[in-house]
Design a protein around this ligand. Structure first.
Ligand code: PLP
Length: 431
């Protein structure tokens, strides 16, 4: 095969454009649009140090600086827990770094089998299946489910996570979107369908950006009445709610009533990975047909062992959950007194509303540079335009003194930027 381009002028041109910028120009113009809209994303480098969570060492203008973190999804600080670190180190020393393959070809190690067993017990389901991350668990399961169920209709909450939306689109099934948490709308859509038709209702327990909670019991009731399956994303709830941390469905005594529970190992469990828990027949089918499961390497033994240690710890210890929830209640009370507007969420997520992408970034920058407080501004497409916010999440380690200082800093910045102070609707948090 000839490798020189001199005798092929048309290829020479493409080559020149490729190296010389036409592709980069397209990329840069798409990025420039984001910059113009004030929603270009700056990733803040910071390095957490074991034993100091929620403090961390940020790199700002090339210099290290200690900051406190107010937006971590390591909700319970389990990423640093001694049991988790020990399990991971032991697994590396015993089994090495990687898994060596896919589940089918040489990668089916004991730690992943034990993790799936732990998850099936947690959710009181016959079987569980682990994926590389929660995104993949949603995408692979929903896309496969829609293809395996004949003439399937997927009913999806309009606030569902991007990974569910992607999975539903890839399934090529018919889909209908119901208004967020709107049981009447969902029922209207179900009523139109023959009872015998395959239907999947896909929704979440804790919605990650507003922090509100899906009406799980009512959706189950509708699913039973109209012969539909339920698919519940508990990504922001596992480890956090319920007596053993199995999520909101467990808290409400509904674990057994949901057909498929999906979760992550990357948030309250502090590691990485995603999963579903369901019937043996369903898990067997997804395991056998889902491209996003079949054609990807198994998670390493160390990750599986660390996640399992984290789940096992949070099954028997409520201390972390309780300490985190009381820190959140205290924060909501202090914000209410300071008249800083936040969505009155029922969960551990406290969205502090700014409703402008540039202002949101300016507030976050000011908090970081003048108060060493790190809270990432959240903008479109993660939330709708005009609802930009600071999404605050606390851990068991955020003390009342830290929270007082955080609210004082917010108050100062709010005043500086002339943001509106408002009475919050959160009456039960006041006083
Ligand atoms: N589902 C929801 C509701 C999420 O918010 C996220 C991520 O934030 C995911 C799924 C994906 O989980 P993971 O981070 O494990 O990929």
């Amino acid at each position: 095969m000839r490798s020189d381009l001199s005798s092929r002028p048309h290829l020479q041109k493409v080559h020149a454009q490729n190296n010389g910028t036409i592709y980069d120009d397209h990329m840069m113009s798409s990025t420039n649009e984001l910059i113009a809209e004030g929603r270009y994303r700056h990733f803040q480098e910071h390095n957490r140090q074991v034993g100091h969570f929620p403090y961390s060492e940020a790199i700002i203008h090339g210099e290290p600086k200690e900051i406190s973190i107010w937006c971590s999804n390591d909700y319970l600080g389990m990423g640093q827990h001694p049991n988790v670190r020990k399990a991971m180190k032991e697994a590396i020393d015993l089994h090495g770094a990687g898994s060596g393959g896919t589940r089918n070809i040489s990668g089916n190690h004991g730690d992943i089998i034990a993790l799936e067993h732990e998850l099936s017990i947690l959710h009181e389901k016959p079987k569980a299946l682990v994926f590389g991350c929660g995104y993949l668990a949603n995408q692979a399961t929903l896309s496969t489910l829609g293809r395996l169920l004949p003439d399937c209709l997927i009913l999806s909450d309009d606030q569902n996570h991007a990974s569910m939306i992607q999975g539903i689109s890839a399934s090529k099934s018919e889909k209908k979107i119901f208004k967020h948490n709107d049981i009447d709308h969902l029922e209207d859509l179900l009523k139109e369908q023959p009872k015998s038709r395959c239907k999947v209702i896909a929704f979440e327990s804790v919605y990650s950006m507003d922090g509100d909670i899906g009406p799980i019991a009512k959706i189950i009731e509708l699913a039973k009445r109209y012969n539909a399956m339920t698919y519940l994303d508990e990504v922001h709830a596992v480890g956090m709610y319920g007596p053993t941390g199995a999520g909101v469905a467990e808290r409400e005594g509904l674990n057994n009533e949901i057909d498929i529970i999906q979760g992550t190992l990357a948030k309250a469990y502090g590691v990485v990975g995603g999963y579903i828990a369901s019937s043996s027949a369903l898990i067997d089918a997804i395991r056998s047909h889902a491209s996003g499961f079949i054609f990807t390497s198994t998670m390493p033994p160390s990750i599986a062992a660390g996640a399992r240690a984290s789940i096992a710890h949070l099954r028997q210890s409520s201390y972390e959950r309780e300490a985190m929830h009381s820190a959140v209640a205290y924060l909501k009370k202090r914000l209410t007194l300071a008249r800083i507007p936040f969505l009155p969420s029922e969960s551990h997520i406290t969205p502090i509303m700014i409703a402008d992408p540039r202002l949101c970034k300016a507030v976050a920058d000011e908090l970081l540079s003048n108060f060493d407080i790190y809270v990432q501004p959240i903008n479109y497409p993660t939330v709708a335009k005009g609802t930009e916010r600071l999404r605050v999440t606390l851990s068991p380690n955020h003390t009342p003194v830290m929270i007082d200082k955080f609210v004082e800093a917010l108050h100062t910045v709010w005043t500086k930027f002339q943001l509106p102070f408002e009475r919050n609707n959160c009456k039960d948090q006041a006083g």
